[in-house]
Design a binder for this molecule. Structure first.
Ligand code: AR6
Length: 355
């Protein structure tokens, strides 16, 4: 099951268990610890008094009291001292122990803050990488939905170079090609299509393209500006022929061709097993666009394959959408790491891939 990175206050998370970045007394403090104790109420501190503290890297569980989740797991992250005192190893233990405890309590979903990355000064980039690695490793053998909850923008910043590169890519590709076709037609004095027009090449009058001097594709609101009606009709025939294979069928075929298992594919796509089964078992399943793209990324499709694959689910990649341009950037740069992509989408305030 998947890992999600979300921006939220952890106390508002809809999940079974939230994890607290506590100190070794377990009696409360500042940061996320303070927020959790405040929201859970005084009973939490009273309960914690009986636990006898907690060592760095270890984890203990309590009820959630006034909070809406079922339990709180309290773990104590390491204080960053330059990386010379096994800080990374201890932080990994926090995630391992907390996840195992969550499993023991049969949690279906658990939310983590970025442990140690506040008062304990662990470098945020390192902290998030450790969180991702440990959670991903755990999810290889376990069914659970895990959230990393980011509280401030700084915790989740892509590198300056990548940001600059993607920003330039967006600026270069964004919008220019996409314009209102009706407005464009008006500017060029071109007649509107007949009332009976129904987005089918065949429904336009025979002489329409010639008399209008406008490519038929403009009625389909695409960005190609040099397509004749004959070509459009041919394209349409190809598209109709292509309908033979549905999204679900193409997905299964691609998995086979890649020689990977279903589980490897949906895990790499950060997609929930149940959703994958639904798609697999329903030949006509229409996934969300983010789900379809997540599979294209997992299967490392090139840009043309991705477009074809998306078309099967009724979607396209356009240059009038930042989300689409970012996806295109990663595919054309052969970077198929879904977490890198999601970090970037997150930075640019776009929806994330996966469920
Ligand atoms: N929801 C989600 N994340 C939060 C929230 C929140 N409500 N509040 C803060 N964060 P920290 P640590 C983020 O300092 O570094 C306490 O005093 C925050 O932006 O809470 O492990 C304890 O008692 C940061 O990224 O925990 C300990 O003494 C992350 O949570 C000490 O701080 C962790 O920041 C533990 O320090």
């Amino acid at each position: 099951m998947p890992l999600f990175i979300v921006r939220n206050d952890i106390i508002n998370m809809d999940c079974d268990i939230i994890v607290n970045a506590a100190n070794s007394t377990l009696l409360g403090g500042g940061g996320v610890d303070g927020a959790i104790h405040k929201a859970a109420g005084k009973e939490l501190k009273e309960y914690c008094k009986k636990l006898g503290g907690c060592r760095t890297g270890e984890a203990k569980i309590t009820p959630a009291f006034a909070l809406k989740q079922k339990y709180i797991i309290h773990t104590v992250g390491p204080v960053w001292k330059g990386g010379f005192f096994k800080e990374e190893e201890k932080l990994r233990s926090c995630y391992k122990n907390s996840l195992n405890l969550a499993k023991e309590y049969e949690a279906e979903s658990v939310a983590f803050p970025l442990i140690s990355s506040g008062a304990y000064a662990f470098p945020k980039k390192k902290a998030i990488n450790i969180a991702k690695e440990e959670i991903t490793e755990f999810l290889k053998d376990n069914d659970m939905t895990v959230y990393i909850v980011i509280f401030d923008n700084k915790s989740f910043e892509i590198s300056k170079n990548l940001f600059k590169d993607i920003k330039e890519y967006i600026d270069k590709n964004y919008v220019d090609l996409h314009f209102n076709t009706y407005a464009a037609r008006a500017r060029q004095n071109i007649p509107a299509p007949p009332e009976s027009y129904s987005k089918s090449a065949d429904s336009l009058p025979d002489d329409y393209c010639e008399s209008a001097q406008l490519p038929i594709d403009n009625y389909f609101e695409t960005t190609e500006l040099s397509v004749s009606k004959t070509q459009a009709t041919t394209d349409l025939t190809c598209i109709l022929n292509d309908i033979d294979e549905s999204f679900s069928q193409m997905l299964i075929r691609k998995i086979d061709e890649k020689g990977i298992t279903d589980a490897e594919c949906y895990k790499k796509a950060n997609i929930d097993r149940k959703l994958f089964s639904k798609i697999r078992n329903n030949i006509n399943y229409k996934p969300k666009k983010t789900t379809a793209i997540a599979f294209a990324i997992a299967l490392e499709m090139d840009i043309d394959e991705t477009k074809n694959f998306l078309m099967k689910a009724g979607y396209a990649l356009s240059h009038s959408d930042k989300f689409d341009i970012i996806i295109e950037y990663f595919i054309t740069h052969n970077n198929y790491n879904i977490f890198d992509i999601n970090e970037t989408l997150f930075t640019f305030d776009q929806v994330l891939l996966g469920v």
